[in-house]
Design a protein around this ligand. Structure first.
Ligand code: TYM
Length: 332
């Protein structure tokens, strides 16, 4: 059976981008057709300036939102990265296979390092080695497929390279994974800055729809979305990025096609109104389920405990095999 692994980082409140680009696909498709693991990757949240209490809170909330979005612990494994030591164990071995040049070429590293310096902070070493830990997440489980949004494709490519290199040097140990991207909404853009991704760690609140935003807040954010000059509604990512983003969000929420949908509108206002309502309808059941889960914290704890046990049992044989293959003496 195909093995699928993916993760989400508790660095901010989860967004519509996370949902349309990743979580929805995990719930609707991946957990039904594959042996799937979904992880709150909390170690990754420590790579930038962080508040310990906030990371803990967002980890719990992130896990709850995964379940609220439809992940079913009877069908897939939901767990927290730091509960399974194998990620950190394998990450070190992969650091011995990766090069510093490879790390410095990663687009997200370059962008985030600039941002940290602009804020007057220093860049944590773990930000540079982040993609190695991500490769460890994937390779520890022998994942064949990694369903992610477009922004993570380069990292999954690196995981492939490291798997191939390790296997060539030390003997076949890892499955070589590949990224799978959603057909629509692989990159939901910020409503205020439609040339940048809608990212949960960004500061520009009005351009980001959070999964727990109330309907009125969603309406306000979508109605105030930046649109482009020109009056007719056409789908063109290059010249009309704001409009294209709205059409893609509407398409992703209603199951339509952005280009076809553009023909149905003759004003921006009508498009925004329908997009806002479509988003609200998509979020409604998720928010209701999240509220139920909040009322029963013991259930979530049980899911995460069991998830970690299952994940540990899956990862340990591969990571132990990697330790032997690379030349480490087995523990007695
Ligand atoms: P993260 O936490 O930034 O995002 C989680 C998932 O949501 C997708 N995503 C988006 N998709 C479309 N439009 C957007 N605006 C948008 N924003 C986020 C991301 O592509 C991702 O699929 N490094 C990863 C977490 C990670 C991981 C892993 C993923 C750590 N280890 C192993 C897969 C496998 C990250 O920061 O995702």
């Amino acid at each position: 059976m195909t093995r699928v692994f993916s993760g989400i980082k508790p660095t901010g409140h989860l967004t519509l981008g996370n949902y349309l680009g990743a979580m929805r696909q995990w719930a609707a498709v991946d957990q039904h057709r594959a042996d799937a693991l979904f992880c709150i990757v909390d170690l990754h949240a420590l790579t930038v300036d962080h508040d310990p209490a906030r990371v803990r809170r967002l980890s719990r909330q992130g896990a709850s939102l995964l379940l609220a979005a439809g992940l079913d612990p009877r069908l897939c494994t939901v767990f927290v990265q730091s509960h399974v030591d194998e990620h950190a164990r394998l990450s070190y071995l992969l650091e011995c296979v990766a090069t510093d040049g490879e790390m410095r070429r990663m687009i997200q590293y370059k962008e985030k390092a600039v941002r940290e310096r602009e804020r007057g902070g220093s860049v944590r070493l773990s930000l540079l080695t982040y993609p190695v830990l991500m490769a460890a997440d994937i390779l520890a489980y022998g994942a064949d497929e990694v369903p992610v949004g477009d922004d993570q494709a380069q990292h999954v490519e690196l995981a492939r390279d490291l798997a191939v290199r390790f296997n060539q040097r030390y003997g076949h140990t890892f499955v070589v994974p590949r990224a799978t991207l959603p057909q629509v909404a692989a990159r939901v853009m910020n409503l205020q800055e439609p040339t940048s991704k809608m990212g949960k760690s960004d500061d520009s609140g009005p351009g980001i729809v959070y999964l727990l935003d109330e309907p009125d807040v969603v309406r306000k954010k979508v109605m105030r979305a930046v649109t482009d000059s020109g009056r007719e509604v056409v789908y063109d990512r290059q010249s009309r990025p704001g409009l294209a983003n709205l059409l893609e969000i509407l398409a992703a929420c209603t199951g339509g096609d952005p280009s076809e949908l553009s023909g149905a509108y003759d004003s921006y206002g009508a498009l925004k109104k329908d997009t806002a309502e479509a988003v609200i309808e998509v979020l409604r059941p998720l928010q209701a389920r999240h509220a139920e889960l909040c009322a029963d914290p013991g259930y979530l704890e049980g899911v995460l405990r069991e998830g970690a046990e299952r994940a540990r049992a899956m990862a340990r044989p591969t990571v132990d095999a990697a330790y032997r293959a690379i030349g480490l003496l087995p523990a007695l």
